[in-house]
Design a protein around this ligand. Structure first.
Ligand SMILES: [Zn+2]
Length: 242
């Protein structure tokens, strides 16, 4: 039986970093959880790997302009959710690789913000859904984030240059990979307030979300909740790293 909302009762945890590929990924995948965490006083930081410069069908909009719009939308969503910071790594959208450069940039963010918990995309390509094959940037962000957690943000010999900048090694306590499948072992029971706040944050991404996004997200998170015996849920694969 998955562990329902164990995190919010664990007094040793009080901060989280969300590492995702694109503006709106976190709002779709875990913003109800983020709303709950900030409501409970956690410090939460977002790290956006790409510049969001590709996600539009508008031929009159340049990649640069789109990137600026999506950046503003993400900051607005962050204000709604009560984030401590939103960091933009600025890699080109749609071409993200789990490179050593990306791993280092994420490790730098981990050392700077020192989160107890890191939440990220799944590094695996999903083949169980008949209508969605997954986005390569999501896999790259997840893979690089997990590799940044272990071992590179932990080991002082990994980046001597960071030590000179005052960025000391940091051990993340838990990793939560966003998962809705059967291997999810950590279920966050969302209140109506959490869900409403997460939808408000999602709707800040005006350039990206469809007009019926409220209904879609409610239905999706209710279906996930039903599987786990709660009204609305977001689910994760949790790793306790100690
Ligand atoms: Zn995405």
């Amino acid at each position: 039986m998955p562990d329902i909302t164990a995190v919010v009762t664990d007094p040793s945890l009080s901060s989280a970093m969300i590492v995702v590929a694109h503006a709106d990924d976190a709002e779709y995948g875990c913003s109800g959880t983020v709303a709950q965490l900030t409501r409970r006083g956690w410090d939460v930081v977002y790290v956006l790997c790409t510049d969001g410069s590709r996600g539009s069908e508008d031929r009159d909009l340049s990649g640069e302009d789109l990137s600026a719009i999506r950046r503003r939308e993400q900051i607005e969503a962050g204000v709604i959710l009560g984030l401590k910071a939103v960091e933009f790594l600025g890699y080109p959208d749609s071409f993200l690789m789990p490179s050593l450069e990306l791993r280092k940039d994420i490790a730098r963010m981990i050392r700077k913000h020192r989160p107890d918990v890191l939440i990220t995309n799944s590094p695996a390509r999903e083949l169980s859904n008949n209508s969605y094959i997954g986005h390569p940037d999501h896999q790259a962000a997840g893979e690089a984030a997990l590799s940044a957690v272990y071992p590179t943000s932990r080991d002082h010999l990994a980046y001597p240059d960071m030590l000179k900048e005052g960025l000391e090694p940091h051990r993340v306590q838990e990793v939560w990979v966003m998962r809705s499948g059967d291997d999810a072992n950590h279920i966050v029971d969302l209140t109506d307030e959490d869900l409403e706040k997460s939808i408000s944050a999602l709707k800040a991404h005006t350039s990206q979300v469809p007009s019926d996004v409220d209904d879609r997200v409610k239905e999706w998170k209710a279906r996930n909740g039903e599987r786990h015996g709660v009204k609305y849920a977001e689910s994760f694969r949790l790793f306790k790293l100690g």
